[in-house]
Design a protein around this ligand. Structure first.
Ligand code: PGA
Length: 252
């Protein structure tokens, strides 16, 4: 069954005490809510994953990392491996975020390796894709997203693919306050689902969760989530305040 997910990508924000407070606030708010088929994922910085997984044991949210290195161990100073995440009971990991593609030059091939490494260790990848503004203006957005999926994702077999969550995040919408319109989001999500149907099967395409990300907030979430192919959101800035993040959860 297709899952509905609201995931908070904290990026490089919050100190220890702030993280503790935000996680506690989210946990408390979720205590009084029925999740039904909805999943909440918190993706704090690595340092606070243990804090999050400790609180998650008693609560009903899941924990995700924001990044991973694709080798199991070795001389990669400063990096974190999939077995380390697995040993901390981290269930999800964001990969392919546009900020990592841009600032850390992460290539399609490198992301494909990360995907394989995560799946080998039972961590669900949240694979981000999305076009730049000039690419949309040049009407190349479908081609760009198709290439991102082809080069990093579509080598997976059916079973592996069924573990993946996709997040469509138009780069021009991330942190800008300009979200994709409901029509733009639905159109791209339907396109992505169509590609999965063609490559794998109609059944699998219907089961994959596709999130929208990019300036999603409590005001626009309901409309974005009302689309048949939008299964929730990957939330950046608006996940840093419990009240706002929970309001987005309530909109799903
Ligand atoms: P934003 O970020 O919600 O702050 O636009 C989304 C993301 O980058 O995942």
């Amino acid at each position: 069954m297709r899952k509905k997910i609201v995931a908070g990508n904290w990026k490089m924000n919050k100190t220890f005490l702030e993280a503790e407070e935000l996680i506690a606030q989210v946990a408390e708010a979720l205590e009084n809510r029925k999740l039904k088929d909805k999943i909440v994922v918190l993706c704090p910085p690595f340092l606070f994953l243990e804090l999050a997984t400790d609180i998650a044991v008693e609560s009903n949210f899941s924990v995700g990392a924001q990044n991973v290195y694709p080798d199991d161990r070795g001389a990669f100073t400063g990096e974190i491996s999939p077995p380390m995440l697995e040993s901390m009971e981290v269930e999800y990991c964001i990969i392919g975020h546009s900020e990592r593609r841009k600032y850390f030059n992460e290539s399609h091939e490198f992301l494909a390796r990360k995907l394989d490494a995560l799946l080998k260790h039972n961590i669900k990848p949240v694979f981000c894709c999305g076009e730049l503004l000039p690419e949309r203006k040049a009407k190349k957005h479908f081609k760009v997203v198709e290439k991102q999926l082809n080069e990093s994702l579509f080598h997976l077999n059916k079973e592996e693919m069924s573990e993946v969550v996709i997040a469509y995040e138009p780069v021009w919408a991330i942190g800008t306050g300009v979200n994709a319109t409901s029509e733009q989001a639905q159109e791209m999500h339907a396109f992505i689902r169509g590609l999965i149907a063609k490559k794998y099967s109609k059944k699998l395409s219907g089961e994959i969760t596709i999130l929208y990300g990019g300036s999603c907030n409590s005001k626009n979430a309901k409309e974005l989530f009302s689309n048949p192919d939008v299964d929730g959101g990957l939330i950046g800035g608006a996940s840093l305040k419990a009240e706002e993040f929970i309001a987005i959860f309530d909109a799903l």
